[in-house]
Design a protein around this ligand. Sequence first.
Ligand SMILES: NC(=O)c1ccc[n+]([C@@H]2O[C@H](COP(=O)([O-])OP(=O)(O)OC[C@H]3O[C@@H](n4cnc5c(N)ncnc54)[C@H](O)[C@@H]3O)[C@@H](O)[C@H]2O)c1
Length: 395
Amino acid sequence: MADSKKIAVIGAGLMGSGIGQVALMGGHSVVMVDIKQEFVDKGVAGIREGIKKLEEKGKLGEGVSADDVMARCSESVDVAEAVKDCDFAIEAVVERMDIKKQVCKNVMDNGPDHIIFASNTSTMSITEIGKDSGAPDRVCGMHFFNPVPLMRLIEVIRGEDTSDDTFEKSMAVAETFPCLRGDRYIAPVLKDRPGFIVNRLNAPVQIYLSWCFDKTAEQDLDWAQLDADAGGKMPMPPCMLTDFVGIDTMHHVMDYYKETLSPDFEQGQVINDLYKKGDLGQKTGKGFYDWSKGRDAIKAKIKNAEAAGIFDLETTFAILLNEGCRILEEGIASGYKIIDDANMAGMNAPGPFGWGKKNSEKAVSILNEVAEQTGKDYLRPIDLLKSGGFKKMRK
Ligand SMILES: NC(=O)c1ccc[n+]([C@@H]2O[C@H](COP(=O)([O-])OP(=O)(O)OC[C@H]3O[C@@H](n4cnc5c(N)ncnc54)[C@H](O)[C@@H]3O)[C@@H](O)[C@H]2O)c1
């Protein structure tokens, strides 16, 4: 394959349009595909807007206009036709296994013999998506973060049947997608496991947060008091962050990990109640907080609140460290530097290993204590953490 490829982006929604934009910025030809022309139009309009902004800021390069870039972008409502001369297809269709499998097979049936299919799924098995496609060796995961042009991380995931050649080429293609905020970071994900690296690393913190919410309700304290426990050290403390992400999102994510990792991801009472009431956070105007007076009013409330003494920031580091060790133990990442770098690139937050290298014994006692308190064995320290063996697994 030559450096510049023809890439089909299938699904021109929120993620697809971002992926299309960075692929064009990387110098590739792109065909944007969706099921209806109006969806394609909307996606392409979003891309054009993004590219125009770069033109205005003089960021497209010497003598390059937005029109020059957009001339490499075509449209289609027919996957089979669109992929005929493509080297690469990236799907960002709805999160449904049957649809993803169908799109994957359609690409493999109609694309050239060398076409690679990459799925942007957040929660589905890459192996399963590719299994019945006729060419599972040419299927991998390529997990972007929203907004794609601004978030530095792309995780490239190896399914059970992904060939070395597919994995290497996919890593190389991902490297060509520019990022507008710092250098792109491509994390190789060596095993097709739930949450891949970054979402998996952060997943069990939700078990702890959910318990903190219930404790706060039991003691009849104000949510701002729980958030005051973070002592202003988090960009957004627990309740505010959960409102921002969406109570429904947290609920669904916990359901997913409950099924795929452990029953200990069962949601607590508070999350279940808010979810049932439809108080989903910022998006509905109400969750833990009333968002009608804006973020600053909430921040002021937290600043003036007396701490509850329930949430402990160091406990979240210990939980992240333990999950990072699980990621190493399961062979999902080859070393902890990748996990730390990926978390910084995908979450704008440092990973746990910098802290963990110096505090592993402390982490073990914190984790034993929190497992006792919460009754959640998933939070117990695993052997790789207890032995300190993870410290030798940097790369
Ligand atoms: N939104 C996020 O933050 C995020 C982050 C990482 C990964 N993802 C994953 O990206 C994928 C897309 O998410 P989104 O938020 O962009 O969704 P979206 O709903 O904005 O876009 C999905 C698009 O796919 C189209 N589509 C559906 N079936 C199709 C088919 N058979 N062929 C072609 N197009 C089809 C829809 O018409 C829609 O335009 C999902 O798998 C999601 O899990 C989302």
